[in-house]
Design a protein around this ligand. Structure first.
Ligand code: ATP
Ligand code: MG
Length: 658
């Protein structure tokens, strides 16, 4: 990357938000953690492993990296992940603490205590054993976002059967591919779930997935949720509630090796075919619990924490199931969408359950911006004391909006960078320590070594951009891609030998903060200048009329690549505009705004106002599809797209020249 490009591509954001003295004084995360990790990284992680996790047998070695890139952490240690998430809290006498305030989309509530969970996971573990499951067998979970889904995951962990959770919104085809890839013996599903104001069938999708050809699946367990009519295969299908009732109520958890596989989870598919990421037990649990404690600052006795991610994503795995439950936290778990039955649903839940910590995604925050601040302003959000963001770069404007409108201008906001592959948070501000910079994930957590490097793998100077890498193994790192060790080596460890290549671009600012600029695939080359999509998008979103933007580069005979922008307007701007999709004046205004914010080199050649953007089911913008459209190509893999009709609308708009 040329120096000049690095300079022109900087969108300066210098506002800084140090924690209040009161927040810092009570915070779990302290400067001391950085100091100790700096002195002796492995001793630091050993300390965290013994602090956060209960081991049946202590480990003998912290890290075995002799078979790199296949790591072994906490070698010789034995533990049970389900025991750590449930039994230990009951044994410690806090069984009557609420683990989950479940909120169903239609408005039903259930408070589930740790003692309730204890009953549920023991019976479920026995039910799985009754169906012939043994340690090492794999289980596919395709369920609504409810405490039963959590219990299903933990029951698998309890008997040592790795789970593979598939988001309950994927098609039969996507489900089948994932079932086949892990060779699941059992599927745990629901009759249906509530989403977007209506019951949505799950079981028929499972039936369809299993109907095509030979399958490894022997049994299907069905949780009753919507009570809708469903098909039934005698002998194969069993009701969850009946199986649990018939099962023995007590189950002694078995201690598994620290490296026993805990789960396989497929990546979001933002860039292409999803990868089956393998996580194991001891290291994963350690880093999930540690980060949840110091980054989300959970105080389990007093906080009500809500991670809005579905358990079908890694965020739900690490920050609804394994992290918070290992800490003994009280959480909210919500089944449905943010606009049911009204656009204030999230804020109503925060108000009702006095949520203190909220962890959500930029896509949700930008949607709330689009809907307007008057909606959250109708609710009492004063219980909130910390906000978090994950999944995509958060534009500085969205960050500020989040803190001001949702956090009352008071709360720290933690922008957490990590991946399905990393298993837990890697780069983030520590809320009681770091003075936050809107839009930057800032620094690696204590014990993690992440850098921005150039093409040769050398650390870049401050003020320059490059590739994000992790230079030392970390406890919750992936242990491979299921069934494909070569893809693991090629994809992550060959670009810079011996170093983990995350696939994301990043910039190091003058103060040493890391700014993640998005995927390498999304870097644009315009007239010899390298620009990141994230920077141009942030410039667009900083305009008062824009709620969300996606930017891609399309081949252009003159400039090499030309910037095409797709923008969604804020609600009030839509109402003002006579006709969405036209508005030459607005387009000119936006182009000039980008030129003013970044430089004329970043001026989009084309700007299209759209109603929706193509997103993965986890809510991430799929720029590669927009690139296909902009270059008039056939669309690539769309199986992970949330709503395929969005692409038709956009293609039609392009064709009509709008
Ligand atoms: P696939 O790998 O299949 O294309 P994916 O990368 O979207 O899908 P995930 O593991 O869910 O799958 O997402 C991790 C990616 O999300 C990161 O590599 C990064 O691009 C983006 N990301 C996550 N958190 C942040 C953040 N705080 N800031 C910037 N980007 C983030
Ligand atoms: Mg990825």
């Amino acid at each position: 990357m040329s120096e000049q490009a690095a300079d022109t591509a900087v969108l300066v954001e210098e506002r800084s938000f140090p924690p209040s003295p009161e927040f810092a004084a009570a915070a779990n995360g302290t400067q001391d953690l950085f100091d100790r990790a700096g002195e002796d990284r492995l001793a630091f992680w050993a300390e965290q492993a013994r602090r956060y996790v209960k081991w049946d047998k202590d480990f003998e070695e912290v890290l075995d990296w002799s078979d790199a890139p296949f790591a072994k952490w906490f070698v010789g240690g034995k533990l049970n992940a389900c025991y750590n998430a449930v039994d230990r809290h009951v044994e410690a006498g806090i069984g009557d603490r609420v683990a989950f305030h479940f909120v169903g989309e239609p408005g039903d509530h259930e408070a589930v205590t740790y003692a309730d969970m204890h009953v549920r996971v023991q019976r479920a573990a026995n039910a799985l054993i009754d169906l012939g499951l043994r340690a090492g067998d794999t289980v596919a979970i395709y369920m609504p976002n409810t405490p039963d889904a959590v219990a299903a995951m933990l029951a698998c962990a309890r008997i040592g059967a790795p789970h593979s959770v598939v988001f309950g919104g994927f098609s039969a085809e996507a489900l089948r591919t994932r079932i086949d890839d892990v060779g699941a013996k059992l599927v745990i599903t629901g009759d249906g779930l509530y989403r977007k104001g209506a019951p949505y069938a799950l079981k028929p999708v499972v039936d369809e997935a299993l109907a095509s050809g030979e399958t490894t699946v022997e049994n299907v367990l069905v949780v009753q949720r919507t009570k809708q009519e469903i098909g039934w295969v005698e002998g194969r299908d069993h009701w969850w509630h009946e199986a649990l009732e018939a099962a023995d109520p007590t189950h002694e958890p078995e201690a598994f090796d620290s490296e026993h596989p805990l789960y396989i989870l497929y990546t979001s598919g933002t860039t292409g075919k999803p990868k089956g990421i393998l996580h194991t037990t001891g290291g994963y649990l350690t880093q999930a619990a540690f980060t949840n404690h110091v980054v989300h600052d959970i105080h389990p006795e007093t906080d009500v924490y809500w991670c809005t991610a579905d358990i079908g994503w890694v965020t739900g795995h690490s920050y609804t199931v394994y992290g918070p439950m290992t800490l003994g936290a009280t959480q909210v778990i919500y089944e449905g969408t943010p606009d049911q039955p009204h656009k204030g649903r999230f804020w109503e839940i925060v108000q009702e359950h006095k949520v203190t910590i909220l962890y959500t995604a930029p896509t949700a925050i930008r949607t709330f911006m689009k809907w307007g601040r008057d909606i959250p302003e109708q609710f009492d959000l004063s219980s909130l004391r910390l906000l978090g963001s994950v999944g995509e770069p958060i534009n500085p404007e969205a960050w500020i909006w989040y803190r001001d409108v949702i956090g009352g201008g008071q709360t720290p906001v933690v922008d957490t960078w990590w991946q399905t592959e990393t298993g837990a948070i890697m780069i983030t501000p520590i809320p009681g320590v770091t003075a936050a910079r809107p839009g930057s994930a800032q620094h690696p957590i204590p014990g993690v070594s992440a850098l921005v490097v150039d093409d040769e793998g050398r650390p870049v100077e401050r003020g320059s951009a490059g590739y994000l890498v992790v230079t030392e193994p970390w406890p919750s790192m992936l242990r491979g891609i299921w069934g494909d060790p070569q893809r693991f080596k090629d994809g992550y460890w060959s670009r810079f030998p011996g170093i983990y290549f995350a696939g994301d671009g990043a910039r190091l600012d003058e103060d040493g903060n890391i700014w993640i600029s998005g995927r390498i695939d999304d870097v644009m080359n315009v007239s010899g200048h390298r620009l990141s999509t994230a920077e141009v998008e942030s410039a667009l979103v900083s305009h008062a009329k824009v709620a969300e933007a996606a930017v891609v580069a399309a081949s252009d005979e003159v400039t090499g690549q030309a910037i095409c922008a797709f923008v969604i307007l804020r609600q009030d701007a839509v109402e003002e505009a006579d006709e969405v999709g036209e508005g030459a004046e607005l387009v000119a205004e936006l182009r000039n705004h980008v030129a003013h914010e970044i430089g004329s080199i970043a001026k989009p050649k084309k700007i299209m106002v759209v109603a929706e953007l193509p997103k993965t089911r986890s809510g991430k913008i799929m720029r590669r599809l927009l690139r296909d459209v902009a270059e008039h190509r056939e669309l690539g893999d769309v199986t992970t797209l949330a709503d395929a009709s969005v692409m038709n609308l956009i293609s039609a708009g392009i064709a009509s020249g709008k």
